[in-house]
Write a protein that binds this ligand. Structure first.
Ligand SMILES: Cc1cc2nc3c(=O)[nH]c(=O)nc-3n(C[C@H](O)[C@H](O)[C@H](O)COP(=O)(O)O)c2cc1C
Length: 165
């Protein structure tokens, strides 16, 4: 992977996040955990290029996102969907998803990411905020996505590096 300049970075978020999917990796206390995500965004807030991801509290990854200062979002090729399904169906509480899938990890300045990614965002957490049901102005959202009463927690991270294959 090579570090790329943010000003020459070209990105198609709907395809690369929504269709191709990513592995979100949180880390804390010398450990890490990754899970599949297909919701999220890339943009600008508080004058910094940023990543936005949404994590339900049931996820093991949530614990790492809460505790850790850094996280990574590794965007993958669609051909890796079968391997990424391991990361989206199983929990790191119960198994070693990297060993089961055959995917591997790498490190950038102490931040763990998926070595088989096409693009990686290395991020420093700046904000963690629950998406409150009372904030939804589209009344269909609550019934469609939160019938069990849980909430997504939004994490906003400043992009500190972008890595490309
Ligand atoms: C395609 C796909 C996209 C997903 N996107 C998200 C997401 O954006 N946020 C989330 O909380 N869970 C998402 N999930 C569910 C988690 O990946 C899944 O619950 C995972 O097993 C959690 O693993 P963990 O307990 O090791 O953190 C997605 C699953 C799949 C298959």
């Amino acid at each position: 992977m090579k570090s790329v300049d943010i000003n020459s970075f070209d990105f198609a978020p709907f395809k690369e996040i929504g269709d191709n999917w990513g592995l979100l990796t949180g880390q804390a206390d010398g450990k890490f955990n990754s899970m599949t995500v297909s919701w999220g965004g890339v943009g600008v807030i508080w004058n910094k290029p940023s990543v936005f991801v949404f994590v339900r509290p049931q996820r093991y990854t949530y614990e790492f996102m809460e505790k850790g200062e850094y996280f990574s979002l590794s965007l993958m090729n669609q051909e890796l969907h079968p391997k990424m399904t391991v990361f989206g169906k199983k929990s790191g509480r119960d198994c070693d998803k990297y060993a089961e899938s055959g995917l591997t990890t790498a490190d950038f300045n102490g931040v763990t990411y998926c070595n088989e990614a096409e693009t990686v965002f290395i991020c420093r957490k700046r904000c963690a905020s629950d998406l409150e049901h009372t904030s939804f102005t589209d009344s269909a959202i609550k019934d469609t996505f939160y019938s069990s009463g849980d909430k997504h927690r939004m994490y906003i991270g400043e992009i500190t590096a972008i890595l490309k294959k």
